[in-house]
Design a protein around this ligand. Structure first.
Ligand code: SF4
Length: 190
């Protein structure tokens, strides 16, 4: 078991534990500060991420960077960003349960090493994997979730917000502001 993020990255970069290994260009393990009080977890790499080996670097990444800056007062290197699966599903399809299951040890180890106080989950896939719950994201967001003492905040995936207009963006800003409130030592918003 990797006892440092550098070792975990080195091991994950050659992972062959599921079929996505045969279609990826490269493994997108994650990046940012370790340890960090805030971890952001998305679904899986897209085409640009697969090409560059970095999470959230396309249009969705630009929106994420903006929200990190405007709502959290940080830059992306002051949080830790990763995905549920580290290799791109072909044609940007949703990761399959067996792929998420195979990739789970990497994510679980990252959570231990990053040791966050707050986790922001971007999109339904991340929510179901990390919280183990299914159901509508609309029903799950806006509520406080606890995972072994970590405050978990479900919110939208930036790609969904980019397709959906101002209301979704406003709601995503509220979720990020909730994270900031907790990290600044304020009361947990619910
Ligand atoms: S998606 Fe995860 S489990 Fe599958 S090959 Fe990539 S790193 Fe390994």
């Amino acid at each position: 078991m990797a006892d440092s993020i550098a070792l975990l990255c080195a091991q994950a970069l050659v992972c062959q534990s599921c079929g996505l290994a045969t279609t990826r260009t490269q493994v997108v393990v994650g990046e940012g500060e370790v340890p960090s009080d805030l971890m952001i977890i998305g679904e899986g790499p897209g085409a640009r991420e697969d090409e560059l080996g970095r999470p959230f670097v396309g249009r969705s990444g630009k929106l994420l960077d903006r929200l990190i800056q405007e709502e959290l007062g940080r830059t992306r290197d002051q949080v830790y960003i990763t995905n549920v699966v580290k290799c791109r599903p072909p044609n940007n399809r949703d990761p399959r349960p067996d792929e998420m299951h195979a990739c789970a040890p990497w994510l679980e180890r990252q959570i231990v090493l990053v040791d966050p106080r707050v986790i922001l989950l971007l999109g339904k896939t991340a929510v179901s994997r990390v919280l183990g719950v299914t159901g509508s994201l609309t029903a799950l967001r806006g509520r406080r979730h606890d995972r072994n003492g970590i405050l978990v905040i479900p919110t939208y995936h930036p790609a969904y917000v980019l397709r959906g207009g101002a209301t979704r963006l406003t709601e995503m800003r509220v979720d990020f502001a909730r994270a900031r409130l907790t990290l600044s030592g304020g009361p947990h918003a619910t």
